[in-house]
Design a protein around this ligand. Structure first.
Ligand code: DER
Length: 225
């Protein structure tokens, strides 16, 4: 038996929900990585699916594994999307975007009949906000956007990579916003997205249909609401 780790355990339990004929959304990050790996194995063993990816990174991995990718023009309906999260609260609201893919993830999640979130136990929290909330903003006037975000009561930090501002697959910047804690995630989500220059943010409100958690002791559990 492979030395499965909590993220791999959760991911593989989620993949068991994928049936022949489905269109599947492929998430992004180190947990979704294991789901894509397992889907690749299942496709190799005959699973009949089509897939769309939530990032260039996941698209490349899927292609390497021989998972059939389709263009969005051919997507009728996405049956299930499997994706990770940086935080999950008791109402299954999420913070996502640690991997910089929040915009494509939310577009695909919002077009999916079912979003299955796969995490290890460290992501399950009582209150969102310890993880700095990623906000995707257009480059133009981002300093003004950053100021407006700070007026909501957070400390927005431009995400850097190799001493330069990080740029998403969509050519935008990410501001990681330290709210310390987010007590009303729905209101916070709406306030952020009403700021001109904001493309979207990493709060996923009431979008998760299932949450599967892998634990250090080797157990895995599908949370019940
Ligand atoms: O960037 C993202 O939205 C990822 O899904 C992130 O939220 C989880 O990444 P991880 O599975 O590598 O912790």
């Amino acid at each position: 038996l492979e030395n499965s780790n909590p993220k791999q355990l959760a991911a593989e339990q989620a993949v068991a929900y994928i049936q022949d004929g489905m269109t599947v959304g492929l998430g992004t990050g180190s947990t979704a990585y294991w789901a894509i790996q397992q889907i690749g194995k299942n496709v190799h063993s005959g699973l009949q699916i089509k897939a769309v990816a939530t990032s260039i990174q996941s698209e490349k991995l899927a292609a390497e594994l021989g998972i059939p990718l389709i263009p969005f023009s051919e997507v009728k309906e996405i049956n299930v999307t499997i994706d990770g999260a940086d935080e999950v609260d008791g109402a299954w609201n999420l913070i996502k975007g640690g991997g910089g893919a929040l915009l494509r993830e939310k577009i695909i999640a919002s077009s999916s009949k079912e979003l299955i979130i796969v995490v290890d136990e460290s992501k399950v929290v009582d209150q969102l906000g310890k993880f700095h909330l990623p906000v995707e903003v257009v480059k133009f006037g981002y300093e003004l956007t950053r100021h407006k975000l700070s007026m909501l009561g957070c400390e927005p930090n431009l995400r850097m990579e190799d001493q330069r501002p990080y740029t998403t697959d969509n050519g935008n910047y990410i501001l990681d916003c330290d709210f310390k804690q987010i007590s009303r995630p729905g209101e916070c989500h709406d306030a952020i997205n009403s700021i001109p220059g904001v493309v979207d943010n990493g709060l996923f409100i009431a979008m998760a249909a299932k949450v599967i958690v892998g634990y250090k002791d080797g157990s895995v559990k599908e949370l019940q609401k």
